[in-house]
Structure formats: structure tokens, C-alpha cells
Design a protein around this ligand. Structure first.
Ligand SMILES: Nc1ncnc2c1ncn2[C@@H]1O[C@H](COP(=O)(O)OP(=O)(O)OP(=O)(O)O)[C@@H](O)[C@H]1O
Ligand SMILES: [Mg+2]
Length: 158
């Protein structure tokens, strides 16, 4: 597999993953977040934001806008595809502006707009493994992120 599993036993372990991702991922990375309601897509986004020097409390899912922006040491764009009807609606909102930016773009419910996502991306699947525990499966889709994803695995296990 072009990626790794990370078992977080609690939210502070999720924060560790977020910190590593915020440190290691290059500008222009899109992260596709997948997982059921309450899996932790927003919580992981908060962890990444905090790792990028953004106040965690600023991170709430966008509702009336396509993307929320957070500016810290890194710029983050936060998209949530949950309320969209289909990929056409998503495309009309102009997501490429974010995908082509120098920020890190996070997409919740990425599976709903899979056909619109950059071919080169990082995918993170989240499984609920217990009341406070989550399994994060981090995968490089395309060659471009294979090395950085491997670097994330190394860092997160230190
Ligand atoms: N280790 C953990 N990592 C992340 N979240 C956790 C963990 N343990 C418990 N949680 C809880 O799980 C919930 C995750 O909610 P969150 O809003 O992030 O889910 P979501 O995937 O964004 O859901 P939605 O599809 O509704 O947007 C939070 O209440 C969080 O406190
Ligand atoms: Mg959410």
C-alpha cells in the first residue's frame, strides 16, 4: 500500500497526526477526507489547523460558502461536500481555485465529489474503532505524494 495506518487512541493522538501533516505536506496538497458521520473529519481538520498555527476554535465546517480559509503558518482551505447534490454543483462552485493554490485544501465527504478531485492527492479514511479511538488510513493517490506520505509515517511513529 502507498500509505499507512495510524491508530489514535484518543484526541491528543489525533492532534499528533495533524501536527505532522501540517509540518510535512507541501504547498498545494489536497487532502480527501472520508469517513462516516462523526468519524472525525472536522476534528482532524482542527488538528491540522492547530499544527499550522491556527486557533482550533476557528475551524467549523463551511455551510454557505464553498470553502473556509484559515491563515496561520500555512494557509488552509476547508471544504465540506456533504450538502452538495452532485459533482456538477461542486464544479460550478469553482473548487479548482483551491486545488491549484499554494495552501492545503481539506475536503470532507470527498467520496461524494471523487471525480472532481486532483489526481494527485492524499486520501485519509477514518474508521471509528472505539469511543475515543480512530483508525486513520493515510494514502498517497498518484506518485507525487508517495515520499511525503512515507515521511509522515516515519514522523508520526517517532
Ligand atoms: N481520537 C479521536 N479523533 C477524532 N475525533 C474523536 C476522537 N475521539 C473522539 N472523537 C470525537 O468524535 C467526533 C468527531 O466529530 P467530527 O465533527 O470531527 O466528525 P465528522 O467526520 O466531521 O462528521 P460529519 O460527517 O458530521 O462532518 C468529535 O465529537 C470528537 O470529539
Ligand atoms: Mg465534519
Amino acid at each position: 500500500m502507498n500509505g499507512f495506518y495510524y491508530d489514535a487512541s484518543d484526541e491528543s493522538a489525533t492532534d499528533t497526526l495533524g501536527r505532522v501533516l501540517a509540518d510535512v505536506l507541501p504547498p498545494g496538497t489536497t487532502i480527501a477526507l472520508r469517513g462516516t458521520l462523526g468519524a472525525g473529519k472536522t476534528r482532524l481538520t482542527q488538528a491540522i489547523a492547530e499544527g499550522a498555527g491556527v486557533d482550533r476554535g476557528d475551524v467549523i465546517s463551511p455551510t454557505f460558502v464553498l470553502a473556509r480559509e484559515y491563515h496561520g503558518r500555512r494557509t488552509l482551505y476547508h471544504i465540506d461536500a456533504y450538502r452538495l447534490h452532485d459533482e456538477d454543483e461542486f464544479e460550478e462552485l469553482g473548487p479548482d481555485e483551491y486545488f491549484e493554490s499554494d495552501g492545503i485544501t481539506l475536503v470532507e465527504w470527498a467520496d461524494r465529489v471523487a471525480g472532481c478531485l486532483p489526481k494527485q492527492r492524499v486520501e485519509i479514511d477514518i474508521d471509528i474503532t472505539g469511543p475515543t479511538s480512530r483508525r486513520f488510513t493515510v494514502t498517497a493517490v498518484g506518485d507525487r505524494y508517495a515520499a511525503v506520505v512515507a515521511q509522515c509515517e516515519k514522523r508520526v511513529r517517532e
